[in-house]
Design a protein around this ligand. Structure first.
Ligand SMILES: [Zn+2]
Length: 294
């Protein structure tokens, strides 16, 4: 993808290189002079005015979403870097760049198999109550194409909203398999059943009642287990405004950063998205998001 340099002040692309700006933590940065508005600017690669190096920031983001708590990431920094960062700073980096990257990934069109597995996970964010994270995985690619974060116990309204989100992902399901959760049948019907066309050409709702069938789909459950594992750090720590953003980071880590253990590939690659991310994939994604601002 093209990297078009634009003036930070006026957005035009009529400039020349003009010396360097020295920064304390990010070395020398190329300066530009804009012929349109006659001001100087530096190229925003996603780390404009950040006081830490992009390598350090993305390393922390990767470690956090790989399932290290923010305090453990901080301790890692203390042992390996001359200057470190507080665990709150690390969380701020995570949230800032998750939001930025998500704006970009929402514009992409993954090619999915349409064989969907939907599940819900309890998030132990507060003492006496659980939030629910609804999550849909595509079997062919292991790409997670729809999620819903809710501060309420399972209910029909949320189940329906979740099914709507699956529908909006533009790949009509061949089927959606769920557990025997009580709200799924009604939610599925109201979103996917239609009076037009033949019933057998419409999406199918498959219910796997594990307590009756004893059948586990281990490969799909490993995806849900990974999501569940990574929510252990959420207890009493994350405010409601923050938890959905961090959950979204876990999904980005799954879809775009880590190779899946059985397929050996990153789900986004299996879904036909060819992104030039380089070795440091978080850094690559942040740059792509910056150059392809929506
Ligand atoms: Zn300008």
């Amino acid at each position: 993808m093209e990297n078009i340099i634009k003036c930070l002040h006026c957005g035009k692309s009529n400039y020349k290189k003009k010396g360097f700006r020295k920064t304390q933590n990010r070395g020398k940065i190329q300066k530009f002079y804009c012929f349109e508005c006659h001001r100087y600017f530096t190229n925003d690669e996603g780390f404009y005015r950040m006081r830490n190096s992009e390598e350090k920031i993305t390393e922390c983001i990767d470690l956090y979403f790989s399932n290290l708590s923010s305090r453990k990431v901080r301790n890692h920094l203390r042992r390996h870097r001359p200057k470190n960062a507080s665990h709150e700073t690390i969380l701020n980096w995570c949230r800032k760049y998750v939001l930025k990257v998500t704006k970009y990934t929402e514009t992409l069109q993954p090619q999915l198999s349409g064989q969907f597995y939907a599940d819900e996970t309890e998030i132990d964010r507060e003492k006496d109550h659980n939030d629910i994270f609804w999550c849909n995985v595509d079997w062919g690619t292991r790409y997670i194409n729809a999620t819903l974060y809710s501060p309420y116990d399972q209910n029909l309204n949320d189940a329906t909203k979740f099914m709507e989100k699956i529908k909006q992902s533009k790949r009509l399901p061949k089927y959606i398999q769920t557990d025997a959760g009580v709200f799924y049948p009604t939610a599925f019907k109201s979103v996917f059943y239609s009076n037009r066309g033949k019933r057998d050409e419409q999406p199918e709702h498959r219910i796997n009642n594990v307590s009756k069938t004893g059948k586990h789909n281990v490969r799909i459950e490993s995806v849900f287990m990974k999501v569940k594992d990574r929510t252990q750090d959420f207890r009493g720590l994350k405010a409601l405004w923050s938890a959905p953003i961090l959950m979204q980071g876990i999904i980005l880590q799954h879809n775009y950063i880590e190779s899946h253990t059985t397929t050996g590939q990153v789900p986004s690659e299996l879904a036909g998205l060819k992104l030039e991310c380089g070795v440091n994939r978080w850094l690559g994604l942040i740059k792509l998001a910056t150059f392809n601002k929506v």
